[in-house]
Design a protein around this ligand. Structure first.
Ligand SMILES: Nc1ncnc2c1ncn2[C@@H]1O[C@H](COP(=O)(O)OP(=O)(O)OP(=O)(O)O)[C@@H](O)[C@H]1O
Length: 286
């Protein structure tokens, strides 16, 4: 099945407001992010953690990546970010080959993508003050930082007096707001969200997801949204890719994939989601 990124996702009528977002430097109709046959192989593992993955995300749109624990979602996210080496295939951002660029090289080259991890407790350096955490990516990119932390705090709903504190002084939800503010600092065009709410209480999850949607509406970010929660993916994603044992077994518009899954594995995932089973607990490594 082929992805159809121009088809609006169900339940997201408001999303059209930023659908035409095009950014300087991206050829018209070129996907913002394009993966072609991407593989990642860890030395300690017999089989590739990610194998032959081809997918794309258009500017301002959300690709949801689903699949059970161990299927390679986080490895794919890290490969996109340049945090693990890609052992085969190519990664393009705005048409430019970025397969071999480190995160720092990308920032300096104006290739702006950021990641928000599942657990803000471990992803935020506990020694740094919130203000410095938030503006660090901007500093690396060589941008002016005056007033930026305050503006970002306002955007993500953090009180400004939080900027002088350290991350451990905050709740999980507030820490995730800090992580999102940090991710926004260097004005990313793509945000990789790796299970950004699964460590949070249900009510806080909803707040963070709404924040993510509001920010996209306002700024036209593209999201690579990783989750094992099908309801959340249905709510957020325009297109969905289903991973199984390191490979994408099915992809297409959210409606196509979730309402009429073709692959037996997707059907099983949907069945588990409907019957309330936690598919994230299933281990599939070989
Ligand atoms: N640094 C690493 N070195 C070796 N193997 C790894 C490493 N990181 C992940 N793996 C293995 O690669 C496979 C894919 O893991 P990955 O974390 O990408 O899956 P996932 O779908 O994100 O799982 P989860 O939902 O539990 O986070 C697993 O078998 C995992 O054990």
């Amino acid at each position: 099945m082929k992805a159809q990124p121009n088809e609006p996702a169900p339940g997201r009528p408001e999303a059209g407001s930023h659908r035409s977002a095009q950014h300087e430097g991206t050829p018209v109709n070129a996907p913002l992010l394009e993966l072609d046959g991407v593989a990642v192989r860890y030395a300690s593992r017999r089989t590739a953690a990610v194998e032959g993955v081809s997918l794309s995300i258009e500017a301002g749109r959300t690709l949801g990546v689903v699949g059970e624990s161990g299927c390679g979602k986080s490895t794919l996210a890290k490969a996109v970010m340049g945090l693990v080496p890609v052992t085969a295939g190519t990664l393009r951002f705005g048409g430019r080959d970025i397969t071999r660029l480190t995160p720092r090289q990308r920032l300096r080259a104006g290739i702006s993508m950021q990641i928000v991890f599942q657990d803000p407790q471990s992803s935020l350096d506990p020694r740094m003050r919130v203000r410095d955490l938030i503006i660090e990516p901007l500093r690396i990119a060589g941008g002016a930082t005056a007033g930026v932390a305050e503006a970002l705090a306002d955007q993500v709903g953090l009180p400004r007096d939080a900027l002088a504190s350290r991350p451990h002084e905050f709740s999980g939800g507030q820490r995730q707001r800090i992580a999102i503010a940090r991710a926004l600092a260097a004005r990313p065009r793509l945000l990789v969200l790796d299970e950004p709410t699964s460590a949070l209480d249900l009510s806080v999850q909803a707040q963070i997801l709404n924040l993510v949607l509001d920010l996209q509406r306002e700024h036209g970010f593209a999201y690579l949204f990783i989750s094992h929660d099908m309801a959340v993916v249905r709510h957020l994603a325009d297109t969905v890719a289903v991973m199984f044992r390191g490979q994408v077994v099915e992809q297409g518009s959210t409606a196509e994939v979730l309402d009429a899954p073709r692959h037996a594995y997707t059907q099983e995932l949907m069945h588990s989601a409907l019957s309330g089973q936690d598919t994230g607990a299933v281990e599939t490594t070989t």
